[in-house]
Write a new protein. Structure first.
Length: 368
């Protein structure tokens, strides 16, 4: 088995939830530790509390993947007597690395908000709050005819050439390439200081900007030339739109009361808070995991009948009620839904590494 480092794990996670998806105020990525250490066992958690670190130690875990960042605001010092300081001290003592995927995982396709929608069987979902639209780049590479097929296949397998529901889309045209290898080169074709002419194919395709580095690496790995000739062109075309939250609908409407019951079962919560007429028929549902109350007006504008989010305050709930928008607040802890999904994702990518789903309930609230 090849050595797998924490950096390999981070790279895989960032293919799912790129760091550039995160909001500027967020602190995603490495929190404590090293990219270079070999990964032995992984623990996936919503929060990094001292009890979670103890769980990691007990299971001989040396990498914790969290949703909520351990270090959110800049630290002026690390006081080992403080709550945060005690946690960091224990992490360092036991040589554990901590990584966080927060708003980038909220926004990512298949991330927290999609998982929350899937649990309720919502259909036709789309982002509630647009954050960014994926840029599309045209990649043009020049390849000797003998290697055209292997390069084309590598491009498609790495994620290039997606147009709608079609993959591996390319266009090629034939021509003649010329080059003169200089001193110190090791050309695949030709001799030093002699002009070489080669029958080549010009292969054109399109790539999402977020996939570009990966696609170029895959292309270079199979291309025979020492120096690969390729061009990149920004396009006016746009790709997928990524954003926070989701809005979707039920195939058949249900009462607000029935939806409350469904939410409790789907998100494994015993109690929740709700505003609005419990007999109101609900068709369109807006969801933001965590604290999303500031998007109440956006949910209403997008046509939602109900907004499901956590940490809703008194006056925001009043505003929603005046707008005729029902609100269901099942708490912040419903984001724990990411634990199982992240575990499955990592297990699929790194089958030889044991991945644990934290059993610690980090929700600070209880109903009495």
């Amino acid at each position: 088995m090849n050595k797998v480092t924490h950096g390999n794990i981070f790279k895989a996670l960032e293919e799912w939830a790129p760091k550039n998806f995160a909001y500027d105020w967020d602190n995603v990525g490495l929190q404590v530790g090293s990219h270079a250490d070999e990964t032995k066992k992984i623990l996936v958690t919503l929060d990094v509390l001292e009890s979670v670190v103890d769980e990691a130690v007990a299971n001989e875990v040396n990498l914790i993947i969290a949703h909520h960042p351990l270090i959110f605001s800049p630290l002026k010092n690390i006081n080992f007597q403080s709550v945060k300081g005690k946690i960091i001290k224990k992490i360092i003592k036991h040589d554990i690395t901590v990584y966080a995927a927060h708003t980038n995982l909220d926004i990512a396709n298949g991330g927290v908000n999609d998982l929350l929608c899937e649990a309720l069987n919502l259909v036709s979902t789309k982002p509630l709050v647009d954050k960014q639209t994926e840029k599309i780049i045209k990649l043009v590479v020049f390849v000797p005819i003998t290697h055209a097929e292997i390069v084309r296949e590598a491009l498609g397998n790495a994620g290039a050439g997606y147009i709608g529901d079609y993959s591996h889309c390319t266009f090629q045209s034939a021509g003649e390439g010329t080059f003169k290898p200089l001193e110190g080169t090791n050309p695949y074709i030709g001799s030093t200081n002699e002009l070489e002419k080669v029958e080549e194919l010009k292969i054109e395709t399109v790539v999402k900007e977020s996939d570009l580095d990966h696609v170029i690496t895959a292309m270079k790995n199979v291309h025979p030339y020492e120096e690969v000739a390729y061009d990149l062109y920004p396009l006016e075309l746009v790709g997928d739109t990524y954003g926070l939250g989701r809005i979707g609908s039920f195939e058949e409407p249900m009462s607000l009361q029935s939806l409350c019951d469904k939410v409790k079962k789907a998100y494994q919560v015993d109690d929740l808070r709700v505003t609005g007429d419990l007999d109101k028929q609900i068709k369109n549902v807006a969801i933001i995991g965590g604290s999303g109350e500031k998007y109440i007006y956006q949910a209403k504008t997008m046509g939602a009948d109900v907004f499901i989010t956590g940490d809703v305050t008194f006056h925001h709930a009043q505003d929603a009620k005046e707008l005729g928008l029902a609100v269901i607040d099942p708490g912040h802890y419903i984001e724990q839904i990411m634990k199982k999904a992240t575990k499955n994702y990592l297990t699929n990518h790194f089958s030889d590494i044991q991945v644990y789903e934290s059993k610690i309930n980090t929700d600070p609230f209880q109903f009495v």
